[in-house]
Design a protein. Structure first.
Length: 368
C-alpha cells in the first residue's frame, strides 16, 4: 500500500502542474492586446456631379372643357358619343327652344317697323330740304325738326337691328359645337332631356371634351430638389400599364411657388401623344434630372453620418476623429454631395458610425 501511494501522489502533482501551466499560457494569450484594424478612409472628390430622382407624376389633357347649354332648352339631336374624335367647330348636338322662334319673329317685326318709320322720316326730310332751296317756302325750324326726327328714327332702327342680332346670337347657342379638337370623354344627356342654366340636370355638362394628342405631365417636386432642377432639359418617364416603354417630355412650366400643404413646386412637361397610347389620368414614374453641382465635393453615401445631433462626416487629423457638421446635397445612391467645412484633401472615414466618437484616437488606411 505504501508503495502504491509512493507512485500515485507524484503522478497527480505532475499532472496538476502541467494543467496550471497550460491555463496560465491561455490566460496570457487571452490578455494579450490585439492590434485594432485600420479604418478605411477616403478623400472627398471635387468635380461635376449630376444625378436624378424618381418621383410620381400624373398625365392630364393639355385642354379639357365641360360643355354646358347656355339657355333653357331641350336636346333635339346628339351627333357624337363617348370616345368619338371631333375637330374644332364640329356640331356636337342641337337643342330646341320653341319660345326662341317667337322671339325671333317679334324682333323681325320690330325691325321692319322701325325700318319703315326711318324710311318715311328720311323721305320727309329730303323733301323739306329740297323745298327749302326756294326762299321763304320752308322755315329753318321745320327743317331742323325733320332732321331730328330722322336721326331719332335711325337710332331706333339701329336698336331694332341690335335686338334682332341678339336673338339670332342666342338662337345660335342651340347648336353645340366643339371648341377645340379632341375626344368626347363623357356624355351625360340623351335626346329629349331638358337642359339649361336653371333646369333639372344642369349641374352636369352635356359633354366633356379632352385633348389627347398633347398631354401635360404634372409633377410635384419636393422642396429639397427645387434648387437643382434642370429647367431647360427633357425628362424620361414610364407608365405601369405600358411596361418596357420609356417616353420623353419637355420641361415647360414652373409654378414659381411652393404649395403650402405639400411643400412642393408644381412642374409641367409637354408630352406629344400622337399615337394616343397614353391616356389622361395615368400615373407616371418620372425620372427627374437634377442639374450639375459644378465643383461640388462628393463622398460615398456611407461616409455621411445621420445622427440625432445632425448630419456629419468624420474627419481624421493626427490620428484623431473629428465630427464635422455638413449639409448633404443630392445623391445618386452610392455618392452624395456635401456642403460644409470640408476640403478635397481631408481624410474622411468611409463608413461613418456613431461608434467612432468625436476626439477618439483611430488609425485609418486611405483608399486609393
Amino acid at each position: 500500500m505504501n508503495r502504491l501511494y509512493h507512485y500515485i501522489i507524484p503522478t497527480i502533482i505532475v499532472a496538476f502542474s502541467l494543467q496550471s501551466c497550460e491555463q496560465n499560457k491561455a490566460e496570457v494569450k487571452k490578455a494579450a492586446p490585439q492590434a485594432a484594424p485600420d479604418i478605411e478612409a477616403i478623400n472627398p472628390k471635387q468635380g461635376d456631379f449630376a444625378s436624378s430622382t424618381t418621383i410620381p407624376g400624373e398625365l392630364q389633357p393639355f385642354q379639357k372643357v365641360d360643355v354646358y347649354a347656355k339657355i333653357s332648352s331641350f336636346v333635339k339631336k346628339l351627333y357624337v358619343d363617348v370616345g368619338n374624335e371631333v375637330v374644332a367647330g364640329q356640331l356636337l348636338a342641337t337643342l330646341e327652344a320653341p319660345e326662341m322662334n317667337a322671339q325671333q319673329s317679334a324682333a323681325a317685326s320690330t325691325l321692319k317697323s322701325k325700318e319703315a318709320i326711318y324710311i318715311a322720316s328720311k323721305a320727309k326730310y329730303d323733301r323739306l330740304k329740297e323745298t327749302s332751296k326756294t326762299p321763304g317756302t320752308i322755315s329753318a325750324l321745320d327743317l331742323e325738326q325733320a332732321l331730328a326726327s330722322q336721326r331719332s328714327d335711325m337710332a331706333q332702327l339701329e336698336a331694332a337691328k341690335a335686338s334682332y342680332r341678339e336673338v339670332i346670337d342666342v338662337k345660335n347657342y342651340l347648336q353645340i359645337r366643339a371648341p377645340f379638337s379632341g375626344n368626347i370623354s363623357t356624355r351625360n344627356v340623351s335626346a329629349g332631356a331638358y337642359v339649361g342654366p336653371s333646369g333639372k340636370g344642369s349641374e352636369l355638362p352635356l359633354f366633356s371634351l379632352v385633348q389627347q394628342s398633347k398631354l401635360r405631365l404634372i409633377v410635384n417636386v419636393p422642396e429639397s430638389y427645387t434648387g437643382s432642377l434642370n429647367k431647360d432639359g427633357q425628362i424620361k418617364f414610364s407608365v405601369q400599364s405600358i411596361p418596357g416603354e420609356t417616353y420623353t417630355a419637355k420641361v415647360s412650366r414652373f409654378s414659381g411657388a411652393l404649395d403650402n400643404r405639400l411643400r412642393s413646386q408644381s412642374v409641367e412637361m409637354d408630352v406629344y401623344n400622337t399615337d394616343k397610347r397614353l391616356l389622361p389620368g395615368m400615373v407616371a414614374n418620372v425620372i427627374l434630372p437634377l442639374s450639375d453641382h459644378n465643383k461640388a465635393l462628393s463622398v460615398p453615401t456611407s461616409a455621411v453620418l445621420n445622427s440625432t445631433l445632425g448630419v456629419f462626416v468624420i474627419r481624421v487629423e493626427k490620428d484623431k476623429a473629428h465630427w464635422i457638421p455638413v449639409t448633404s446635397g443630392i445623391s445618386n445612391g452610392d455618392t452624395t454631395t456635401i456642403i460644409g467645412n470640408v476640403n478635397s484633401d481631408d481624410v474622411i472615414v468611409k463608413a461613418a458610425t456613431e461608434e467612432i466618437r468625436d476626439g477618439q484616437s483611430i488609425k485609418v488606411k486611405l483608399s486609393k
